[in-house]
Design a protein around this ligand. Structure first.
Ligand code: AGV
Ligand code: CA
Length: 311
């Protein structure tokens, strides 16, 4: 069984990722924490706790981060966590096993990694801020990490940041805290980077929404449909707010690696100026596996089948 620690930033696809991880039989989830990047941290932590209580029998307390990034996310996107937290399916009377942890996210990461009897896979679907903080506070955790699977970065010319004073070459999770990316790149941790190269191939589209609608008698598929009703799909052309299944692809890769292809490339990251957060190819860089292609239909089948486990 692969032991996984999950740190996320409360977007719709982050919270769906948590739901799907709980359905994967080959994965043992040993920790969950949330950071207030592409969300407000209080509803993100709360919704995470409710998802664990509603969709698993595990006791797993959720840690909350008090870290802050350099480049804030748009407020409209950050509001999504409040909407998920308020959904009736997460608010029925239910048996409460899991609570909010007393430790903050970086302390929780340190505690869980030092306590685990085997090496742990880290799954990060937001900025790397909490990992950078825990590595600084307790360098011994580095050797407890099997590898880091991160949704972030791109080597494409065009990233997904459209903000004043930026040239558009960065991906948002890297842009929110470029220094944290550099701190993590400067370690010897093995990194699998699920970059925009692959996530651009899995936009939310009207046909996938229709499929979830037709299968909504499964409670888990209805949950997917309701959550993805909160965000805009790709219709005629990509806009700044078009939603992709960025984090869900990253999470699916942990459960079913054969869905994607990857390439080892040496890369670096820019921490200042108009391209800050940009990850780029460089002979002086560090080796990263860039996940650059995906079996799109296989991916949507896999995630929908996982959701169907919740009848
Ligand atoms: O850059 C992708 C990351 C993923 O971790 N997030 C969303 C995913 O959770 C930021 C982001 C980029 N574009 C967005 C984002 C959009 N249109 N709406 C919300 N978040
Ligand atoms: Ca995210």
């Amino acid at each position: 069984m692969t032991k996984v620690y999950f740190n996320h930033d409360g977007g719709v696809d982050d919270l769906i990722s948590l739901f799907l991880l709980l359905q994967m039989e080959e994965i043992e989830l040993i920790g969950v924490s949330a950071i207030g990047a592409d969300c407000y941290v209080e509803p993100a932590t709360s919704a995470s706790r409710k998802i664990i209580n509603r969709f698993s029998n595990q006791k797993l307390d959720v840690a909350s981060s008090n870290e802050r990034g350099k480049n804030p996310f748009p407020k409209d996107w950050r509001m999504h966590a409040f909407l998920v937290d308020a959904m009736p399916i997460l608010n029925e009377d239910m048996k409460i096993r899991s609570n909010i942890a007393e430790k903050n996210a970086s302390e929780d990461i340190i505690e869980k990694l030092l306590k685990a009897e085997e090496k742990v896979t880290l799954l990060f679907t937001g900025p790397l801020t909490d990992l950078a903080k825990s590595l600084k506070d307790e360098p011994r955790i580095e050797e407890r990490i099997e590898r880091l699977v991160w949704m972030g970065g791109t080597l494409l010319e065009k990233g997904n940041v459209e903000e004043p004073e930026h040239d558009g070459t960065a991906e948002w999770n890297a842009f929110w805290d470029p220094e944290a990316v550099k701190t993590v790149f400067d370690t010897n941790i093995k990194i699998d980077m699920v970059a925009l190269e692959s996530t651009n191939q899995v936009p939310l589209t009207p046909d996938i929404r229709k499929r979830w609608a037709n299968e909504r008698t499964y409670e888990g598929v209805d949950f997917l449909g309701v959550c993805y009703a909160l965000v805009p799909p790709l219709t005629h052309f990509v806009t700044n707010s078009t939603y992709f299944l960025w984090d869900v692809l990253t999470t699916a890769y942990v459960g079913k690696p054969e869905l994607v292809t990857k390439e080892e490339i040496k890369i670096g990251v820019l921490t200042d100026g108009p391209s800050q957060g940009r990850t780029f190819k460089s002979d002086e860089g560090r080796i990263v596996n860039i996940i650059n292609d995906v079996d799109r239909d296989g991916f949507f089948d896999y995630m929908t089948d996982l959701a169907k486990k919740v009848k």
